[in-house]
Design a protein. Structure first.
Length: 119
């Protein structure tokens, strides 16, 4: 369930970024006075502002709802015992374990030396 909500959350976030980049700023309407208003006929005579801003608001509400749902799941997961962190006694046991080199002090750990030639 949490993975499905996370996937919807990511899709909504990407759609929000795209919709916000598609929208024109408030100063873009000044170009229509000089003959640039004909390109706004795709979304109707009122332009794309009403459609895109309404759809952006709907996606923003969906983003907020999925954010709250993910926060709820995160708090519920915090009450469960943590499976990824080992117990402190386990860590102490691992640190007191004997090393491989201990007890083999009679062996020579030096690297072998090549014999010199007598030429």
């Amino acid at each position: 369930m949490q993975v499905a909500i996370l996937m919807v959350h990511v899709v909504i976030a990407i759609a929000l970024v795209v919709l916000i980049l598609l929208q024109q700023g408030k100063g873009a309407e000044a170009g229509a006075a000089f003959g640039g208003g004909a390109s706004q006929t795709v979304f109707g005579s009122r332009g794309s502002g009403n459609f895109l801003s309404r759809f952006t608001g709907i996606l923003a509400a969906g983003f907020f709802i999925t954010s709250m749902a993910l926060a709820y799941f995160a708090t519920q997961a915090g009450q469960a015992p943590e499976a990824g962190i080992p117990d402190a006694s386990l860590i102490e046991q691992q640190q007191s374990a004997p090393m491989l080199d201990e007890g083999n002090e009679s062996e020579d750990n030096a690297a072998p030396v090549l014999e010199e030639s007598s030429e």
